[in-house]
Design a protein around this ligand. Sequence first.
Ligand SMILES: *[C@@H]1O[C@H](CO)[C@@H](O)[C@H](O)[C@H]1NC(C)=O
Ligand SMILES: *[C@@H]1O[C@H](CO)[C@@H](O)[C@H](O)[C@H]1NC(C)=O
Ligand SMILES: *[C@@H]1O[C@H](CO)[C@@H](O)[C@H](O)[C@H]1NC(C)=O
Length: 336
Amino acid sequence: MFSGSNIVLCFLSLSLLSPVAISEKCHPQDKKVLLQIKKEFNNSSMLSSWNPHTGCCGWDWIVCHSTTNRIRWLTFQAPDVPNTRLVGHIPASVGNLPFLERLEFQNLPKFTGSIPSSIAKLKNLMYLTITETNVFGPIPSFLGQLKNLELLELSFNKLTGPIPSSLSQLPKIRSLYLRSNKLAGLILDSFGLFKKPSPDILLSDNRLSGPIPASLGQIDLERLDLSKNRFVGDASVLFGSKKRLQYLDLSRNLFSFDFSKVDFPKSLGMLDLNHNNIYGKIPVALTKVEDLGLFNVSYNLLCGNIPQGGYLHTRFDVFAYYHNKCLCESPLPKCK
Ligand SMILES: *[C@@H]1O[C@H](CO)[C@@H](O)[C@H](O)[C@H]1NC(C)=O
Ligand SMILES: *[C@@H]1O[C@H](CO)[C@@H](O)[C@H](O)[C@H]1NC(C)=O
Ligand SMILES: *[C@@H]1O[C@H](CO)[C@@H](O)[C@H](O)[C@H]1NC(C)=O
């Protein structure tokens, strides 16, 4: 009985003490840097918890390492109150948080400026996310120096210029998301150098152009989204029965190749080719890709009958097939 109440007491004091303990923790060097960042943001109300008289490990937007107290995560996401959003640009001083593994700026429309070179100092960085901001300028090639980077998410910004070839040489990169920017130019042949198996590459809604390099067909991609760009030419290298590809969106480009000759990965679950100049027939082999849940070849130059007997004519409606040169059979009208 006695020891039981002791245990309860012990639990009570632990639960009372531990929040205090965390908020006392802070590495002095990191604290100095964070207070500098707060100053660069003109003491934004989003940083009101960043009180110099308390330990930084208890502050908002921060995660510390449990034993060293070094800052591991600095993740800013817009709070519900819009006028508290951060105004300004990515502070150069983030480069002075050497143990940072995750750095995020999300949904901060009043955030502008370019990506500072000091980020190249963050050798432990694994996840870098800058999305839904007004950050502009080029994607700097110095990001290629972040050898531990696994995810680079720079979607929905105002970034311009080419995709630097240095990104494909990041040895651990798995996820490269650069959607909805104003990126232009070619995908370089060096993209075939991606080392990690089955990376995800999402480049939709940019101004990328030209043919895709053959080397892109040599990476074992899991998801590839090149939609809403200005790519031309042959994309058949992306297909192949031995691949692990699950998601392929090439819609709204100027791709032109013979669809009759394409072999499909068994894993394919989504194939969107709408609005291109793809010609030939729909291969019967496609009826064997049983997990296909989304398929769209509308607005191309395809001809011949839609393979019947499988699920192609039942699972997908007219709008998956309409506006081709001379496609026919269910769900479209019968061939003449
Ligand atoms: C931010 O707050 C600090 C401490 O309260 C103050 O000294 C400094 O002048 C403030 N800076 C701005 C830009 O408001
Ligand atoms: C901070 O305040 C100064 C002086 O008022 C101003 O010039 C600067 O643009 C402000 N910076 C931000 C990020 O709001
Ligand atoms: C296929 O794409 C066309 C053109 O964008 C669109 O109108 C149609 O709704 C899509 N159909 C399906 C089933 O996704």
